[in-house]
Ligand binder design. Structure first.
Ligand code: AMP
Ligand code: ZN
Length: 493
């Protein structure tokens, strides 16, 4: 018997708009596809949040004993500006601006993406396919869609015929949009497009002579549409019907809607049983986004080298902060929120780290078995990590009571408590056990605060030689002081 036999998971399925009991298509096996990054710039914390939500889900499903094949792609071609059919390819544009090869752009930001995810203790997916590695599969899909009468060719480009499709299928099933409303709300195009209708979308685009990333096809030398690559890669590795498809909420329409339409048009079915969407990370009350400039990169948050936070925060604290919100809620990244998470994180780790020093007795004043099931119940309820963390804190509180003698625990219960805390904190949430002492962050910030105050005194005494010496020598060991009207903060590198 596997652990999953004793636990019933409910997943919020965006398609039905309800929490549904999770039953995998093949018992014991799960196929999960998550839309990966477009590697044209450094990944920001908003992107990280979506991938971390699915990392947590992957971890929990694995913990339950499922054999999970987790596919997360790399978009290295075909994603045009504004997520639309006009405009420049995001990667090509970056290559032009930086005067490097598009594949250099791809390499640089794929490496950055992996580095950031490693630092944040992500598990690697089972397969990480690239769009450019699956051009043939995409061409085959387009042929099927054309053969079935749902796409048309104009001037070397191929477009999906949304109106034709909607005659026999429902375009908008996932996003709950109606084609009539879409027609009503779309401005007429400015004549640059060959499309029959503005709602149609590109499956294949003929490349302009200057477009570097191009492949031969029956229709033109060109490149595939962004939506198509996910249909090709998900079904190639997970089959024509698979369990979970995830991505950020912003991808529900048009990206995922188009994925459904493409697969239905090519093969007659929506390939996905459970559609899952992770909610957005906000900064200053607005969605974090590269295009609006409202974003912060992970490195800037780790080092404290930014104008938003009072100091740097460790990767463990950032992970804990994100896990304190449900993956389906909007989360606002704030200095106070991170400071509170830092405290909470160390409180939990401190409790875990004193377990081995506790005295045991012959009775327990805490029902560990019931508590353990509460941890599972939280995760079974659509991966409710904030409830899980609150439940972990119940145990931390009990551990502190045992320490100060106001509660008792048996040896067996203590062992089960320890094991369960480790499982949920490290295996499922993906936290890393860093104690306050070993992280050194507290001692370091204490010492730097002392030096900042000494420097302030020196300046008040007009001893600028000493104040400069403190600043310069700290800089030499990698601690940079930043003066502002609010006072002095520091960053480390
Ligand atoms: P992109 O590289 O723009 O294709 O985005 C990669 C992933 O990050 C997608 O799944 C997006 O939904 C997700 N994403 C983008 N911005 C945010 C945000 N502010 N919060 C959470 N996820 C985001
Ligand atoms: Zn996708």
């Amino acid at each position: 018997m596997s652990l999953y036999d004793s636990q019933t998971i409910k997943i919020y399925n965006s398609l039905s708009g309800e929490k549904e009991i999770f039953n995998p298509i093949n018992e014991g096996y799960i196929g999960m596809y998550v839309c990966g990054p477009t590697v044209y710039s450094n990944v920001h914390l908003g992107n990280v949040r979506t991938f971390m939500s699915f990392d947590m889900i992957f971890r929990y499903l694995k913990h339950l004993g499922y054999k999970v094949r987790y596919v997360r792609n790399i978009t290295d071609a075909g994603h045009l500006e504004n997520d639309a059919d006009l405009g420049e390819d995001k990667i090509t544009k970056k290559a032009r601006v930086e005067e490097i090869e598009p594949m250099e752009v791809v390499q640089r930001y794929t490496v950055d993406f992996h580095n950031v995810l490693n630092i944040l203790n992500f598990l690697p997916p089972s397969i990480e396919p690239t769009a450019t590695g699956h051009i043939i599969e995409q061409i085959e899909l387009i042929k099927s869609i054309i053969d079935n009468g749902f796409a048309y060719v104009i001037n070397g480009s191929v477009y999906f015929d949304v109106h034709k499709y909607n005659e026999t299928n429902e375009y908008g099933v996932l996003s709950k949009r109606k084609l009539e409303d879409l027609i009503h709300n779309t401005r007429t195009l400015d004549g640059q497009s060959d499309k029959k209708n503005p709602q149609d979308f590109a499956l294949w685009k003929k490349a302009e002579p200057t477009h570097i990333m191009r492949w031969p096809s029956p229709w033109s030398d060109g490149f595939p549409g962004w939506h198509l690559e996910c249909t090709a890669m998900s079904t190639k590795y997970l089959g024509d019907y698979f369990d979970i498809h995830g991505g950020g909420m912003d991808l529900k329409f048009p990206h995922h809607e188009c994925e459904i339409a493409q697969n239905c048009a090519a093969k007659g079915n929506d390939p996905v049983k459970y559609w899952m969407h992770a909610n957005m990370l906000e900064l200053n009350g607005a969605r974090m986004s590269k295009s609006t400039g409202n974003y912060i990169n992970p490195a800037e948050l780790f080092s404290g080298d930014n104008t938003i936070m009072s100091k740097g925060f460790s990767p463990e604290v950032i992970r804990f902060f994100m896990m304190q919100a449900s993956y389906r809620s909007i989360l606002d990244l704030t200095n106070n929120g991170l400071l509170a998470s830092e405290k909470g994180f160390f409180r939990l780790m401190d409790a875990i780290n004193i377990i081995d020093d506790l005295k045991t007795s012959n009775s327990s004043s805490f029902n560990v078995i019931e508590w353990k099931q509460k941890c599972y119940d939280a995760m079974n309820d659509d991966f409710n990590t904030p409830i899980l963390i609150a439940t972990l804190f119940d145990a931390a509180k009990f551990i502190n009571q045992v320490k100060d003698g106001s509660a008792t625990v048996t040896k067996e219960d203590l062992e089960l408590l320890k094991q369960t805390l480790h499982t949920f904190s490290f295996d499922v949430l993906g936290l890393v056990n860093v104690s306050k002492e070993s992280s050194g962050s507290d001692k370091l910030s204490g010492a730097v605060e002392i030096l900042i105050n000494l420097r302030k005194e020196a300046r008040l005494n007009k001893d600028f030689a000493l104040s400069d010496k403190i600043r310069d020598e700290l800089a030499e060991v990698g601690i940079k002081l930043n003066d502002s009207r609010e006072g002095t903060t520091y960053t480390t590198n």
